[in-house]
Design a protein around this ligand. Structure first.
Ligand code: GLA
Length: 382
């Protein structure tokens, strides 16, 4: 990466930072309903090499694709149409609006989070950008504030209506821990991830992702409808504050689809609470059951899984070495996460991979997840 940087920008970088991709263990499609989520940062990450360039331009390039962009820091609002570089421009734009001091710099991106995998490559790019720009401009650092700013950039500048989970995990994740985040208050705590003789296996269904954003937004408006209806009966700020029985009580007030969406949200919030207790007590078998239930709820009530993710999860459920498996992230494609006994990992990958190929007609890719820190400053002397 250092050599590539020199080749492109004519001098070595001054610093190298990274921000992580994430896997969400449980708490899916509840972040925008004020729920708790339990993601973990991964060793798959976006690394950035940075050097001040003495101009007023933020110049960006990548190691894996030939795309380049030059963003004029005095006109950051003008780059929404960039094919590559709009996330970076969006982050710079939001930082400027928030009063950060930005200085011209050259930044090379090297991202190992597979694009479109549902492991938050875009959040990793945003958070790495925000951190690099904040550090280069010698601003005080507040990782949570940077995460919120990145979410805003994605919402406003890039037009993707995501919640806060991905950026928050990318910034604040901690090695060996899951991050329990209350999305209503942004209070969080670390839950040690002691998986004993198990590991987390990620399976990417490699489905070309399309329509994800429109379907995502459709779900968001359905749960907003549910909240509007339920607010007539309950004085609550968000859906996550309701218990499953309360949604049951008034189900007839809602169109069936809206009721099912709401039911997913409130039952998923319950599963998060129980999962945290199970993990704290080392009851991995029980945690695995909640993973399975979460997938079923996302399949039946929230309808965001699809044939590919269902095939992966169902092939995992029948494996004796697997304690639980579910889709992770927005859905409609992307990855499943499975809790698998270490000694059975090879058999698991072979069997699930084979079943997937047979059913779907192309390969899935597998990674054994390693849980890492969110933002890292690499030791590097330029
Ligand atoms: C995407 C969004 C997150 C969250 C998940 C679903 O990853 O970016 O904010 O809503 O989907 O849990």
């Amino acid at each position: 990466m250092v050599n590539k940087f020199k080749e492109l920008f004519g001098a070595p970088p001054e610093a190298i930072y990274s921000a992580a991709g994430r896997v969400n263990l449980i708490g899916e499609h509840v972040d925008y309903c004020g729920g708790q989520v339990l993601p973990a940062a991964l060793t798959l990450k976006c690394r950035v090499a940075v050097r001040k360039n003495g101009t007023n331009f933020f110049r960006v390039a990548a190691t894996d694709i030939p795309a380049r962009a030059e963003i004029d820091l005095s006109a950051t609002e003008n780059y929404k149409d960039l094919k590559w570089g709009n996330y970076q421009a969006g982050v710079a734009d939001e930082m400027k609006k928030a009063g950060y001091r930005l200085v011209g710099c050259d930044v090379l991106y090297d991202c190992s989070v597979p694009f479109g995998s549902g492991l938050s490559s875009s959040a990793a790019i945003e958070v790495a950008t925000a951190y690099a720009l904040a550090r280069t401009g010698e601003n005080p650092i507040d990782k949570s504030a940077l995460a919120v700013l990145c979410q805003r950039a994605e919402n406003i500048y890039c037009g993707v209506n995501c919640g806060i989970m991905d950026q928050f995990a990318s910034a604040n994740g901690k090695k060996g821990n899951a991050l329990l985040l209350d999305c209503a208050t942004l209070a969080y705590e670390y839950i040690p991830l002691d998986l004993k003789d198990c590991v987390l296996v990620l399976a990417n269904c490699n489905k070309p992702r399309n329509l994800v954003e429109s379907k995502y937004n459709e779900r968001r408006s359905e749960v907003e409808t549910a909240l509007r209806v339920l607010k007539r009966r309950f004085d609550v700020p968000n859906l996550a504050s309701l218990k499953p029985y309360q949604v049951e009580e008034y189900r007839t007030l809602m169109p069936p689809v809206v009721y099912h969406r709401a039911r997913h949200v409130v039952t998923e919030c319950e599963r998060v609470r129980r999962s945290v207790e199970a993990l704290r007590a080392g009851r991995l078998g029980e945690f695995g059951q909640y993973l399975n239930q979460s997938h079923l709820s996302l399949r039946e009530d929230y309808e965001v899984t699809g044939r590919e993710l269902d095939t992966l999860a169902e092939a995992a459920w029948v494996r004796p070495e697997c304690l639980g498996s579910r889709m992770t992230g927005a859905g409609f494609g992307g990855c499943t996460v499975s809790l698998v006994r270490k000694r059975g990992v090879d058999a698991f990958i072979a069997a699930v991979g084979e079943e997937y190929r047979k059913e779907i007609g192309y390969e899935a890719s597998f990674y054994v997840a390693e849980v890492a820190d969110g933002i890292i400053e690499e030791e590097y002397v330029g």
